[in-house]
Design a protein around this ligand. Structure first.
Ligand SMILES: NC(=O)c1ccc[n+]([C@@H]2O[C@H](COP(=O)([O-])OP(=O)(O)OC[C@H]3O[C@@H](n4cnc5c(N)ncnc54)[C@H](O)[C@@H]3O)[C@@H](O)[C@H]2O)c1
Length: 246
């Protein structure tokens, strides 16, 4: 058990990659707080963990609201006793070519993907700094490094998240808090299932390992960065993309 006695918050933990991360951290002994806007799916995932013998709660949180993220940390500490690990996974897309992208498309994606992570980090680091221990893992994306047509808002949010990761790593290293990012390539979830089959097929052709990733592929990397074994790694970006960006 790599995470015995640890408490983790996973934002967007109800479904997809966040759900796989929640299950993985729990299987390694962590008590998990699932923080998501989707109450029904979040409660279902928390129940699934409890039925498997783990400990989990669901907290209804919109990461764009600082009041919500403060309450998320308070409810987690009150119910689960501590906070050691924060996984910033909540994210959305609103894809459109730049000339057709509305102000609202731009702002909403930046608010959830980047400001949301900032809110969760600011709410969490006070507790972590007091304990002089913390592991923060931000779920970025390959397109935050390479860019992608149709994703100006999303790519900017994920590139920003990588810069935020490095800054938090520098600001909080002396408090025993590490902050790293995982940059998944194309993972088989609701987000990519929305793509036309032809585009998915074309994509597979560009992946050396010849398949889309699974949520579990991403969860394995998060588990490592959240574990004590990664204690000398901070400000890093771990690519999990089947070799797409080597
Ligand atoms: N699927 C991929 O190919 C891929 C690739 C790279 C990065 N990512 C990133 O991984 C993360 C998870 O993606 P996924 O594919 O599992 O997506 P998903 O849409 O299946 O899940 C996203 C989760 O975030 C929650 N969420 C959305 N807005 C929220 C908000 N304001 N507050 C709280 N929760 C909110 C949703 O309810 C949902 O449970 C995202 O950050 C995404 O950008 C995904």
């Amino acid at each position: 058990m790599l995470l015995e006695d640890r408490v983790a918050i996973v934002t967007g933990g109800s479904q997809g990659i966040g759900r796989a991360i929640s299950l993985k951290l729990s299987a390694e002994g962590a008590r998990v707080s699932i923080a998501d806007v989707n109450e029904e799916a979040g409660n279902k995932t928390a129940r699934e963990i409890r039925e498997a013998g783990g400990e989990a709660i669901f907290v209804k949180v919109d990461v764009t609201s600082p009041e919500d993220t403060d309450r998320m940390v308070k409810e987690t500490v009150d119910s689960l006793g501590a906070l050691h690990i924060l996984v910033n996974n909540a994210g959305i897309t609103r894809d459109r070519l730049l000339l057709r992208m509305t102000d609202e498309d731009w702002q909403r994606v930046l608010d959830v993907n980047l400001k949301g992570a900032f809110n969760c980090i600011r709410s969490s680091v006070r507790v972590m700094a007091r304990a002089r221990y913390g592991r923060i893992v931000n779920i970025a994306s390959i397109v935050g490094i390479t860019g992608n047509p149709g994703q100006a808002n999303y790519a900017a949010s994920k590139g920003g998240l990588i810069a935020l990761t490095k800054t938090v790593a520098r600001e909080f290293a002396s408090r025993g808090i590490t902050c790293n990012a995982v940059a998944p390539g194309f993972i088989d979830t609701a987000m990519t299932q929305a793509m036309p089959e032809k585009a998915r097929e074309e994509l597979r052709g560009r992946i050396p390992l010849q398949r889309l990733g699974t949520p579990e592929d991403v969860a394995e990397g998060v588990l490592f960065l959240a574990s004590d074994g990664a204690g000398y790694i901070t400000g890093e970006v771990l690519n999990i993309n089947g070799g797409m960006s080597m």
